[in-house]
Design a protein around this ligand. Structure first.
Ligand code: PMP
Length: 359
């Protein structure tokens, strides 16, 4: 079967093995004579799927028992509102570090619901870096960060120490790309459709004691407690998306876990950053050195015509998804866990060749 070199930012590439297993599951789930699309979410079949997916995620991230894994709907954008709806309490401020468009969107939703405080921002340098220092307000109910900025191509190298202030993190575009110390976080969320599965489910990892400081009188569906109590099945969950997330988690374990994947991710991204460093006046990387993302590599070429040509020629070589986000233009190569090394090598070779012809 032909596989293109897939650099889309999301929905994005999935491992070939996962696609094969999922297509079998769509036809007949583990020989039960029914498709994964046909089973009740209340059945033992699905209960096994969701519980195994949770177990595998817990194992991958080394999650302590006081954390719960949820699969919710509404995308990461719904979490932008659900977090302050639950945890931005009267008399306190929700703190946000602004590192790109997504964190600004998260802040906007919190501002609708209560008081906010910008702890740091890199907007004055076009979000080309993770701010070096942050200022947490005295009356902070949480600090929100975006670990990887999908549009600008920056990523936190080290997460901040927030003491007693709960740290909440949007990991939509880099969950599972490297090992993390989960204990630093009170809540992690990630739309699955980049590095963890198909569109339709948002993974939420929540430390249960966070509920002690929750607002009261919350609508049922928008209350984290509801989903914890009902094992993400208060209402019909996104069955297929949870199933594929489970397959991805299993695949990650088979690859050797997150430490192993991290090594491969560094190698893949390194191939592209090497060219950015080799021809800095041609491949003009956006992210400052110590803020470079392993997942989304962003750059400009000397002019827009060359950028257009690059994308056109790349697609003739079976490389897709290299156009930069519409907010910033330029080029972007998304290099998630499922991207094979050979695709990273193919892009590096193409860049070298493109430079020789147009540089
Ligand atoms: N946060 C980040 C970092 C993202 O990259 C995206 C999607 N591109 C979102 C949030 C929004 O995700 P969703 O479309 O699932 O709402």
């Amino acid at each position: 079967m032909k596989r293109a070199h897939n650099f889309f930012a999301g929905p994005a590439i999935l491992p070939q093995e996962v696609l094969e297993e999922a297509s079998q599951g769509v036809k007949d789930l583990n020989g039960i004579g029914m498709s994964v699309l046909e089973i009740s979410h209340r059945s033992k079949f699905f209960e096994d799927i969701i519980n195994q997916a949770k177990e595998d995620i817990k194992e991958l991230l080394n999650l302590p028992d006081n954390y719960e894994v949820l699969f919710l709907q509404g995308g990461a954008s719904h979490q932008f509102a659900m977090i302050p709806y639950n945890f931005l309490v009267k008399g306190k401020k929700a703190n946000y570090v602004l590192t790109g468009s997504w964190s600004k969107k998260a802040l906007k939703e919190a501002s609708i619901l209560g008081e906010t405080y910008v702890s740091a921002t890199s907007e004055d340098t076009s979000f080309d870096r993770i701010p070096a220092s942050i200022d947490i307000s005295d009356d902070s109910c949480y600090l929100h960060i975006t670990s990887n900025n999908t549009i600008f191509g920056t990523q936190w190298a080290n997460y901040p120490d927030t003491g007693n202030v709960p740290l909440i993190c949007d990991m939509s575009s880099d969950i599972f790309c490297r090992p993390i110390d989960v204990k630093k976080f009170a809540l992690i969320y990630a739309g699955a459709q980049k590095n963890a599965g198909p569109a339709g489910a948002t993974i939420v990892i929540i430390r249960k004691d966070l509920l002690e400081n929750q607002n009261s009188n919350l609508n049922t569906l928008w209350n984290y407690e509801t989903h914890i109590k009902k094992n993400s099945m208060f209402n019909t969950p996104p069955v297929f998306a949870v199933y594929v997330i489970g397959l991805v988690a299993k695949w990650l374990k088979k690859q050797g876990g997150l430490e192993k994947i991290y090594g491969i991710n560094k190698e893949k991204a390194g191939l592209i950053y090497n060219l950015i460093d080799k021809y800095p006046d041609f491949f003009k990387g956006h992210a400052k050195e110590n803020s470079r993302s392993l997942m989304n590599i962003t750059m400009r070429l000397p002019n827009e015509d060359l950028e257009k040509l690059f994308v056109e020629e790349a697609s003739k070589n079976d490389m897709y998804g290299l156009k930069g986000h519409r907010e910033v233009g330029g080029l972007r190569a998304s290099m998630y866990n499922a991207l094979p090394m050979e695709s990273a090598k193919a892009l590096a070779e193409f860049m070298e060749d493109f430079y020789k012809r147009h540089g």
